[in-house]
Design a protein around this ligand. Structure first.
Ligand code: MGD
Ligand code: SF4
Length: 741
C-alpha cells in the first residue's frame, strides 16, 4: 500500500541486513577477469565513450572502451592536461563501482511492518511524489530555506539547482569543515584567494618543495603526483615534515619527523630565520604586503632554539631548511596541503603557510603558485532563483564568522529538536556517520526531529539507514553530469556521458532533480528533456558542441590572462586592504589573533598513543572500499605500530588488535603492521574502513574506522573546522580475556 510510510514518525536507525537479495551482475566477465564465452580480446568491435573519473574529486578525464558492447577497460584521455592523460589506481578500478553487486537497485522507502521499521521497494513515482509532498509542506509551514542539502561530489550540482529553484540555498559539505576549509579560509584571509582545487601549486617548475603533513603519493591526486615526480626528476629539494616516514619522506633531502601538533611553531621559526638572516624577498614584501613590521615583531621570540624544544627539530636543521627555501625562492612551494583539519587552530596554521610563501615571494610566481583560469562558459538561460530569506549560517548565529559556507557540525546541531532550524534534509553522496566523528547520536536525534530525510546514493552506505527515502543513483559511467570546468593552468572542458544504460532501476541525478522540479511546479527551471541538451547549448556558446565533445572528451582552450603576477603592473589582492595581509585586521576585529600563535598540543595520556590517520593509494575514504576491483587490491587497512610499542604490547605484524578510545569506545579488529616508519608516540591507519552497513558485503566489518575512536574534537573557532588529530587510543587485546591492561 502506498500509505504505509506516512505512519512512521520517530525514525529508528534501520540496520537492514536481509533487505535485498543479491542482484545479478550483468557484466561479470570483466569483474572475474574471465572470458569463457567471449571471443578473443581484440577481435570484436571496439567503441569508446568519454568520461570523467568519479573515484575521487580530482576529475581526471578518460575513455571507457567496450568490445561488442561489453565493458573492456578504462584509460586516461591523452588530451587531458589536467591528468597527464593517465588515471591512477583508483581510476582504473572505477568500473568496479558500476559492477558492484551491492549497488542500490530500486527506490526504497521507510515503512513500519508489525511495529518494526524497515525499507520497502517502491516505484519512482511513489518515492518522488512522497518527497515532493513533504517538500511542499516544509516550504508552506516553515519556509523553503528549512530544507538543507548535505553533499559531496559533482553530481550534487543538480540538487543544488533544484533546491535553489525551490527557494533554499542552505547547504553544507564535509569537504569544507572536515577537510579543506581551514586551508582555504587561511589563504583567503592572507592573500585574498584560496589555494584552489586542484591546488594551484607550480610544482613542476619548483626548485624546492615543502610538504607539511601532506602525503602526496599515498594521497593520490593524479596530476599532483605527476608534477611532484617531474620535480623530483629535476632534482628539486624536497623537505617533508611528517611524524611518519611517509612515501614522500623517503624521497626527501630533509625529513623532519616533527612532534605532532607543533607545526605552527616550526612555521614561525622558519619565518624568524628568513627575517633574521635577511633571506626573505624584500622587494615582493614591500610591493605587495602590509603588516611586515608586526610579523617581524611577532616571530622574534620563535627562535630555532626555542622551537626545537617544542617540535623536536634541531635548530641547525630549521636554519638549513629555511636557507634551502630561500635559495630556491621564488621557485619554492610550501604546499598548502589539503586535509587541513588537525588541532582546531588550523586556519592559523594555514595562514602561517601562506605567510611563509609570501616571505619567499612565491605566491603567484613561477615555480611557486600560478593563477588559475577557467573557460568562460555561459550558464544556460534560466529564470532567476527566488531569494532565500535565510542563509545557512542563520542556523548558528554568531558562530565561525569566517566560514563563508555551511559548517556540517553547525547544521546538524541545528536539525535536532522540535524547534530545530532545519526541517528536511537532502543528502547527496556523503556518508555522514563515517565522515563526521562522533556524529551518530546526533544523526539519530536529527533523523527523529526532521520531517524528511532523503538520501541519494549509489551504495547502501551507513547514511541510508537514516533515510525516509533512498534514491538509487546510477554511477558516473551511466550518466551525464555538468561539464568539468575547473580553474587550472590550462583552461579546458571535459565531458562525462553515459557509457552504459543505468543498471537496475537506478537513475541519473539530473533526472531525479527534474522529476522533483516538475512535481514542485518548477518546470521552468528544467526546460530540457535530456541533460545533454543543456550541455550542448553551453558547448555551442564556446565554439564546440556535444557532438564534438562526444568524440574528443576534452577540449583545451587558450589562456586569456597571465599565468603569474606581472611584475611591473599594479596588483590588487582580494583582501580588504587590497594587499597581502601579513597582519590580519579582519581577524583582530573579530576578536581572533591577528597573527598565528602557537599553542602546544594536549599531552598524550599514559598508556595511550596519538591516533594518526590518512589515506591509502587504492581508496578514497569509504567511497571505494566496497568496489570489488579496489577491494581486491587493498581489502583492509592496517595499523602502523612502532617496534618499541609492539614489543611492549607483544604485538607482531599480522596480528589483529582492537583499539580503545579514552571514553571507552572499542574499534573493530585491525591488522598490525610493525614499522619504524612511525614514532613510538603514535599509531596510524587509513580512513574509510570499518563499515557497519551489512549490505556492503565485501567491506562490512573489515578493518577499523578512525572516526568512531575520535572523542577529542577541536573545533576551529574561526571557521568551524573539525580538528581530528588530537585523539588518543590504546590497545584492547583480543586473546587474553579481559586483559585490556
Ligand atoms: P565518503 O565517506 O567517501 O565521502 O567524506 P564523504 O564526502 O562522506 O562517502 C561518499 C558516499 O558517496 C559513499 O557512501 C558513496 O557510496 C557515495 N557515492 C559514490 N558515488 C556516488 C554517486 O555517483 N552518486 C551518489 N549520489 N553517491 C555516490 C569525505 C570527507 O570525510 C572528506 S572530503 C575528508 S578529507 C575527511 N576525511 C576524514 C578522515 O580522513 N578521517 C576521518 N575520521 N574523517 C574524515 N572525514 C572527512
Ligand atoms: Fe580518478 Fe585517480 Fe583522477 Fe581521482 S586522481 S579522479 S581517482 S584517476
Amino acid at each position: 500500500s502506498g500509505g504505509a510510510h506516512s505512519t512512521v514518525k520517530r525514525r529508528e536507525f534501520i540496520k537492514v541486513s536481509s533487505l535485498l537479495g543479491a542482484g545479478a551482475v550483468t557484466s561479470p566477465a570483466f569483474l572475474l577477469g574471465g572470458c569463457a564465452a567471449k571471443p578473443l580480446p581484440g577481435t570484436g568491435t571496439i567503441t569508446s565513450t568519454p568520461t570523467i573519473c568519479d573515484m575521487c574529486f580530482w576529475k581526471c578525464a578518460g575513455h571507457i572502451y567496450k568490445e561488442d558492447g561489453e565493458l573492456w577497460k578504462i584509460t586516461g584521455n591523452d588530451d587531458d592536461l589536467h591528468s597527464g592523460g593517465r588515471l591512477c589506481t583508483r581510476g582504473t578500478g572505477g568500473p568496479g563501482a558500476y559492477l558492484d553487486r551491492d549497488r542500490l537497485k530500486k527506490p526504497l522507502m521507510r515503512v513500519e511492518v508489525d511495529g518494526r521499521q524497515t525499507f520497502r521497494e517502491v516505484s519512482w513515482d511513489e518515492a518522488l511524489d512522497f518527497i515532493a509532498g513533504k517538500m511542499r509542506s516544509i516550504a508552506e509551514t516553515h519556509g523553503p530555506e528549512k530544507m538543507l542539502m548535505l553533499n559531496h561530489g559533482a553530481g550534487s550540482a543538480h540538487f543544488r539547482h533544484l533546491l535553489r529553484a525551490y527557494g533554499s540555498d542552505s547547504r553544507a559539505e564535509p569537504a569544507f569543515a572536515q577537510c579543506r576549509g581551514p586551508r582555504d579560509v587561511g589563504f583567503r584571509l592572507t592573500v585574498g584567494e584560496s589555494a584552489s582545487s586542484p591546488e594551484r601549486t607550480d610544482m613542476a617548475n619548483a626548485r624546492c618543495i615543502v610538504l607539511l603533513g601532506s602525503h602526496i603519493g599515498e594521497n593520490l591526486h593524479n596530476g599532483q603526483v605527476q608534477t611532484l615526480a617531474e620535480a623530483l626528476n629535476k632534482d628539486v629539494t624536497l623537505i617533508t615534515v611528517d611524524p611518519r616516514f611517509s612515501v614522500p619522506a623517503g624521497k626527501s633531502k630533509y625529513w623532519l619527523p616533527i612532534k605532532p601538533g607543533t607545526d605552527i611553531a616550526l612555521l614561525l621559526a622558519w619565518m624568524n630565520v628568513l627575517i633574521d638572516e635577511g633571506l626573505y624577498d624584500k622587494d615582493y614584501v614591500e610591493r605587495y604586503t602590509m603588516g611586515f613590521e608586526q610579523l617581524k615583531a611577532h616571530v622574534r621570540d620563535y627562535t630555532p632554539e626555542w622551537v626545537y624544544l617544542e617540535t623536536g627539530i634541531k635548530p641547525d636543521v630549521i636554519r638549513a631548511t629555511a636557507r634551502e627555501m630561500a635559495m630556491a625562492s621564488p621557485a619554492t612551494v610550501v604546499h598548502p596541503g589539503r586535509h587541513a583539519v588537525w588541532y582546531g587552530d588550523d586556519t592559523q596554521r594555514s595562514r602561517a603557510i601562506a605567510m611563509l610563501n609570501v616571505l619567499l615571494g612565491s605566491w603567484n610566481r613561477k615555480g611557486g603558485f600560478y593563477i588559475p583560469e577557467k573557460v568562460s562558459l555561459p550558464n544556460y538561460p534560466l529564470p532567476d532563483y527566488p531569494r532565500p530569506k535565510y542563509k545557512t549560517a542563520d542556523a548558528y548565529p554568531g558562530k565561525w564568522p569566517f566560514a563563508g559556507q555551511g559548517v556540517t557540525n553547525g547544521v546538524i546541531d541545528a536539525s535536532v529538536g522540535d524547534d530545530a532550524f532545519f526541517k528536511g534534509w537532502l543528502v547527496y553522496g556523503t556518508n555522514l556517520p563515517q565522515t563526521i566523528p562522533g556524529v551518530e547520536e546526533k544523526l539519530k536525534a536529527a533523523a527523529n526531529s526532521l520531517e524528511l530525510v532523503v538520501v541519494v546514493e549509489t551504495m547502501p552506505s551507513e547514511m541510508t539507514g537514516y533515510a525516509d527515502v533512498i534514491l538509487p543513483e546510477c554511477t558516473y559511467l551511466e550518466r551525464y553530469d555538468d561539464l568539468r570546468n575547473s580553474g587550472e593552468r590550462h583552461p579546458s572542458l571535459a565531458l562525462r556521458m553515459p557509457a552504459f544504460e543505468p543498471m537496475y532501476e537506478s537513475k541519473p541525478g539530473w533526472w531525479m532533480a527534474k522529476q522533483l522540479g516538475h512535481r514542485l511546479g518548477l518546470d521552468k527551471y528544467f526546460p530540457w528533456e535530456d541533460y545533454s541538451e543543456k550541455l550542448d547549448w553551453q558547448l555551442r556558446q564556446v565554439g564546440s558542441s556535444l557532438e564534438e565533445m562526444q568524440k574528443i572528451g576534452v577540449k583545451n582552450f587558450p589562456r586569456k590572462t597571465p599565468l603569474h603576477l606581472e611584475e611591473n603592473r599594479p596588483v590588487s589582492f582580494r583582501t580588504p586592504s587590497r594587499k597581502i595581509e601579513l597582519y590580519s585586521q579582519q581577524l583582530a576585529d573579530a576578536g581572533f589573533d591577528p597573527m598565528p600563535v602557537y599553542t602546544p598540543p594536549d599531552p598524550v595520556p599514559k598508556g595511550f598513543y596519538r591516533l594518526n590517520y590518512g589515506r591509502m593509494p587504492a581508496h578514497t575514504f569509504g567511497k571505494t572500499t566496497n568496489n570489488p576491483l579496489l577491494f581486491q587490491l587493498s581489502p583492509e587497512n592496517q595499523l602502523w605500530v612502532n617496534p618499541l610499542v609492539a614489543s611492549e604490547w607483544d604485538l607482531r605484524s599480522g596480528d589483529y588488535v582492537r583499539l580503545g578510545s579514552p571514553n571507552g569506545v572499542v574499534s573493530n579488529k585491525i591488522r598490525v603492521r610493525v614499522t619504524e616508519r612511525i614514532g613510538p608516540d603514535s599509531v596510524f591507519m587509513a580512513h574509510g574502513f570499518g563499515h557497519k552497513s551489512k549490505r556492503l558485503r565485501l567491506t562490512a566489518g573489515v578493518g577499523a574506522d578512525d572516526s568512531t575512536l575520535m572523542s577529542n574534537i577541536k573545533i576551529d573557532p574561526i571557521m568551524g573546522g573539525t580538528g581530528m588529530r588530537a585523539n588518543f587510543v590504546t590497545f584492547v587485546k583480543e586473546r587474553a580475556a579481559g586483559a585490556a591492561s
